[in-house]
Design a protein around this ligand. Structure first.
Ligand code: NAD
Length: 509
């Protein structure tokens, strides 16, 4: 049921975060809720409603109704709304970045970077008239023409993780909407406010009500989306076990699913690399966003006899990092929850017990912050072996491991034997070696002297192996294809040469 402005509740809680359906806030007063916390202070800042299957059904029905008109809106209408959304988002990106920092904890500059990368996908989607062009063949047979169309699917479910509350959904919804679909978006319940802010912005940009809807929730809402017959496709991003579950359940209910999962990203440093560049990159990609990035580097593979020097350079740089409240100009913020912070910290004991050398222990960090945030400073392990849990598990925190290997071949084997295949980087000054790595590595996104090779919006984002379930990567032309179905028309207009009954298979003449 729709409501007016958000209500204030309880002494601990400052705001109630409702769903957004049919162009307005939508609440179910008796629904389950979850607390939303500012990870830098530990304070509860909100309470988010968790949708039941009934509320998900309401959102899907609204989106399905909106589809009947949005699907036939002209390409220029759609691109005008997208341009308007782009302008508003660009003008007000600082506002969104502040919301992200307040609920996720990443530092403001990083939050702004996330919004910027999302904006690029909106800009790409502004070119939808060109992206939706089909092919045309004149006179494929005498008096017959053939052409292809791409048409939208219907209601799209988008389910996103906590670590990029704006960018990850923006990998999907600009193109889903631009191609003529309608959306029911379920953000992470840990940092849900960005989703509602984005929904308000769509309304301001002139998107008709019901085209973009937000339902908050947890597994119950996800299951309801996966089971609903009017949801035609699902774009999911999250951990690998959940991605696999979503893929299997969604496809068993007849949906098109792309489910992007977890990662273990390796940075291979060859003996001829510029070690200062490599050390900068390892620190930036290992500890940016407190290691809570699917493209974070968590394993540095040092080839040959450079390891001592490289570890030393990384340690020196780590000593200069400032951990603290993301609103205070620090380098690194807190982890998302106390439970996640404790889990990540437990790997420091596990690594030591397994025999790795703990070079920097982040547990002693003094964070520049007030209150009781979820702090763990950057940590570094050396002499890590592939059987250790600090290597096999996706830690998703500020813990960087160095593995030492003798040769390029051994490094390649480490990377290719790993079950994940999201991103990787090679650092070298040898073009031939870089090219060989790019050809031989079994990973979806490869950086050459670039530690976080997140593709531009006009390419597609996605990993291999346990990092992606489904066939289609996010955004770029693969995104356009994911949200549309192809149709080929063969047409003959009135022509006196049409010639009588013929039961044979169509031939071209
Ligand atoms: P998560 O898997 O816990 O949650 C992701 C989404 O799934 C959330 O919306 C959540 O509410 C929902 N969910 C959680 N448990 C569920 C369950 N049992 N059944 C159905 N739905 C469920 O992930 P997270 O902790 O929010 O995010 C971190 C993970 O996401 C990491 O593994 C990271 O690598 C991955 N990630 C991957 C990419 C990528 O592009 N491959 C990008 C960002 C994050």
């Amino acid at each position: 049921m729709p409501i007016g402005p958000r209500s204030q509740i309880g002494p601990l809680v400052t705001k109630r975060i409702s769903h957004w359906i049919d162009g307005k806030p939508w609440t179910a007063p008796d629904s389950r809720t979850a607390r939303v916390t500012d990870p830098a202070t530990g304070q509860v800042t909100g309470e988010v409603e968790l949708a039941s299957a009934v509320q998900v059904g309401e959102a899907v029905e609204v989106a399905d109704r909106a589809f009947t008109t949005w699907r036939s809106s002209s390409l220029s209408t759609r691109s005008r709304v997208l341009f308007s959304f782009r302008e508003l988002l660009n003008e007000r990106k600082e506002e969104l970045a502040a919301i992200i920092t307040a609920e996720h904890g990443k530092v403001l500059s990083d939050a702004l970077g996330e919004v910027g990368r999302g904006l690029e996908v909106v800009e790409f989607a502004c070119g939808i008239p060109h992206l939706m062009k089909g092919g045309f063949s004149s006179s494929v047979s005498t008096g017959v023409d053939a052409y292809s169309l791409r048409q939208p699917l219907g209601v799209i479910g988008i389910i996103s993780p906590f670590n990029f509350p704006a960018m990850v959904p923006m990998w999907f919804f600009p193109l889903a909407i631009a191609t003529g679909n309608t959306v029911v978006f379920k953000p992470s319940e840990k940092d849900p406010s960005a989703a509602v802010w984005l929904a308000e912005l769509w309304a301001e940009a002139g998107l008709p009500p019901g085209v973009f809807n937000v339902v908050h929730g947890d597994k119950e809402a996800v299951d309801a989306l996966l089971e609903h017959p009017r949801v035609k496709a699902v774009s999911f991003v999250g951990s690998t076990p959940v991605a696999q579950y979503v893929y299997e359940k969604g496809t068993s209910h007849g949906k098109r699913v792309q489910a992007l999962g977890g990662a273990k990203n390796h940075m291979v440093v060859l003996p001829d690399a510029d070690l200062d560049l490599a050390a900068d990159a390892a620190v930036n990609a290992g500890f940016g966003s407190a290691g809570e990035r699917c493209m974070a580097i968590s394993a540095v593979v040092a080839v040959g006899d450079i390891a001592d020097q490289l570890v030393d350079k990384v340690r020196t740089r780590m000593a200069g990092l400032r951990t603290g409240d993301g609103r205070r100009g620090c380098d690194m913020g807190p982890l998302i929850t106390q439970a996640h912070r404790d889990k990540v910290a437990s790997y420091l004991d596990a690594g030591v017990e397994a025999g790795a050398q703990l070079v920097v222990d982040g547990r002693s960090v003094e964070a520049d912050a007030d209150g009781d945030g979820f702090w763990l400073g950057p940590s570094l392990f050396d002499h890590v072996q592939t059987g250790m849990s600090i290597y096999t598990d996706e830690i998703f925190g500020p813990v960087l491991s160095v593995l030492r290997v003798p040769t390029y071949e051994a490094a390649l084997q480490v990377v290719n034997d790993n079950p994940y295949g999201n991103g990787t980087a090679v650092f070298t000054n040898d073009g031939g070696a870089a090219r060989r790595y790019q050809q031989e590595v079994e990973v979806g996104m490869v950086g050459i002297n670039v530690p976080i090779p997140v593709p531009m919006a006009y390419y597609s984002f996605g990993g291999w192996k346990a990092s992606l379930f489904g066939d289609t990567h996010a955004h770029g032309t693969e995104g356009v294809h994911f949200f549309t179905r192809g149709k080929v028309v063969t047409a003959r207009w009135l022509d006196p040469s049409h010639g009588g009954v013929d039961l044979g298979f169509p031939r071209n003449a």
